[in-house]
Design a protein around this ligand. Structure first.
Ligand SMILES: Nc1ncnc2c1ncn2[C@@H]1O[C@H](COP(=O)(O)OP(=O)(O)OP(=O)(O)O)[C@@H](O)[C@H]1O
Length: 236
């Protein structure tokens, strides 16, 4: 499977944020999306999740036999940097509701407590209202429903920044264990996290996407190359 974006553009009034994005993402890889503040990472995710209407361009899934098809809503999982969960439900009610409404599409099911264990939400927190969860716990719940749904394309907008070091490490392991059979696109400002977790580093720079080639570079040289490419924007 490939996820192909062709000539995607998006402006807000006169500001052209995404100029001409064409890129092919491949199955089984985690892509680290890096860009300066305001580069358009969230805008790109919002367009791909169809929360925002793009001005031009298209995207599709290409299967292993070369057939192209539209991206359906269930193909995409989106974890927002600011988690949105139904605050009036308890963690357990939310999970149960999510599993119930997706019963037909969710393959291997675990018990609800097993899922909570999976993201280290303590037994005493499972029946609390989500409004009383911390930011990091809400983030874990969002991550968890995407783990359960197993979408073909997983978009993660800075999901680990609010998590404590132990949970962030666990989430990294989880994302690694989930990466086969899907495309994971992960935006972050933490370069070391991107380098540790991601198979490819993609820059959103000047409104376009480009891969940073790693060939023969050690970690420091690779970091310097990324920084240099991102700094170029200052000269615009
Ligand atoms: N709804 C909107 N209306 C007008 N301008 C917007 C809107 N959403 C985003 N923008 C502008 O588009 C640009 C890209 O914003 P976006 O949030 O996508 O960047 P980002 O790369 O995710 O930034 P950060 O790393 O700081 O989170 C910014 O200049 C922002 O002000």
């Amino acid at each position: 499977m490939e996820f192909v974006i062709e000539h995607l553009s998006k402006s807000f009034e006169k500001k052209e944020v995404l100029k001409d994005i064409s890129f092919t993402f491949e199955e089984g890889k985690i892509y680290g999306l890096l860009g300066r503040n305001g580069a358009g990472k969230t805008t790109l995710f919002n367009c791909l999740n169809r929360d925002l209407k793009m001005d031009n361009g298209s995207f599709c899934i290409v299967d292993d036999s070369g057939g192209r098809r539209e991206v359906a809503a269930e193909d995409i999982g989106y974890v927002l940097s600011t988690p949105t969960v139904p605050e009036f439900l308890t963690g357990r009610e939310f999970l149960k509701f999510f599993i119930d409404i997706n019963e037909k599409t969710i393959a291997a099911q675990k018990g609800i407590d097993e899922y909570f264990d999976y993201v280290s939400i303590e037994p005493e927190d499972r029946d609390k209202l989500l409004k009383d969860y911390s930011h990091g716990m809400k983030n874990k719940m969002q991550m968890l429903i995407n783990i359960i749904a197993q979408p073909n394309i997983l978009l993660l907008d800075e999901p680990l920044t609010s998590l404590d070091v132990v949970v962030a490490e666990e989430m990294k392991q989880l994302l690694r264990s989930l990466k086969q059979k899907r495309i994971t696109i992960f935006s972050t400002h933490i370069m070391d996290l991107a380098l540790d977790l991601c198979d490819e580093i993609v820059l959103l720079n000047h409104g376009v996407l480009e891969v940073v080639e790693k060939t023969d570079l050690d970690r420091k040289e690779f970091k310097d190359k990324i920084l240099e490419s991102l700094r170029e924007e200052d000269h615009e």
